[in-house]
Design a protein around this ligand. Structure first.
Ligand SMILES: [Zn+2]
Length: 259
């Protein structure tokens, strides 16, 4: 029989069941939080990608628009190129990084599999040791290790030893696609603002829309991370206004000297 505290510790070691069985208890709250955390991670990645798209595209657009005598057509071409190049580059970077991560996880799992085959006794003690390090009593730790080994030894070792969730792999293609979409959506905003019919006010329109969008992404980003929203928004705005300011000045200087 496990004491209540043991159950809380124990529940943290286990993966999240699809349906929490003990509603309303502290343990079931932990389950729900973990499940939500993985969904929020995706949302956070999306918000960050969109944030990147907004900042880098608006910076580039303002740099081009600051050049005296530049035509709307030039701004549109530059803006579209910025969104396309940025989205592809983000997707490519994400694909490479997730693939590399997956390759190293696969290699580590292969080593672990061999170790389990060669020396199951030592591996069981090793697994128990990991649970002891988490603060579980030696007696309970060996019991947990035994039961998990009987269920799925490789999965237990992957989680405890390597920190790998062997069941929920992020696909590189999926990660790349989400990055692409998030950046493109973010980048589309300043692009739409600058090519609108308000030619005279295209710079005002771009800056205004970017400021509002970044207040939103800064707020959502901070909310997801459980951080103070004011700080997140302010940081977002300062970085973005600085980016637009710098590219505007450089665009103006370069545009004037080459014209
Ligand atoms: Zn092991």
């Amino acid at each position: 029989m496990l004491a209540h505290n043991d159950f809380i510790v124990f529940s943290k070691l286990m993966t999240i069941p699809k349906h929490p069985v003990t509603r309303g208890t502290k343990a079931s709250l932990e389950f729900t939080r973990s499940a939500m955390a993985s969904k929020l991670n995706w949302l956070r990645a999306g918000v960050l990608g969109a944030n990147d798209g907004i900042m880098s595209t608006s910076g580039l657009i303002l740099g081009v628009a600051a050049s005296p005598g530049v035509t709307s057509a030039t701004i549109v071409v530059a803006g579209v190129a910025a969104v396309v190049a940025g989205s592809i580059s983000m997707a490519g970077g994400e694909y490479t990084s997730v693939s590399a991560q997956r390759d190293s996880e696969k290699a580590a799992l292969q080593v672990e599999k061999q170790e389990l085959f060669d020396n199951p006794e030592a591996e069981l003690r090793e697994l128990a040791w990991f649970y002891e390090q988490k603060g579980i009593s030696p007696k309970l730790a060996i019991k947990v290790a035994e039961e998990l080994t009987n269920k799925d030894a490789l999965k237990a070792h992957a989680e405890a030893e390597l920190g790998i969730d062997s069941e929920h792999h992020v696909s590189p293609i999926q990660a790349a696609l989400s990055s692409f979409i998030a950046f493109a959506l973010g980048g589309a905003l300043p692009l739409l603002a600058v090519i609108g019919p308000w030619v005279e006010y295209r710079i005002h329109a771009t800056v205004t829309s970017v400021v509002f969008a970044l207040i939103l992404t800064g707020y959502v980003g901070a909310k997801i991370g459980g951080a103070k929203t004011g700080k997140g928004i302010l940081r977002n705005l300062v970085i973005s206004l600085a980016t637009m300011g710098v590219t505007y000045v450089i665009g103006h200087l370069v545009g004037t000297s080459v014209a």
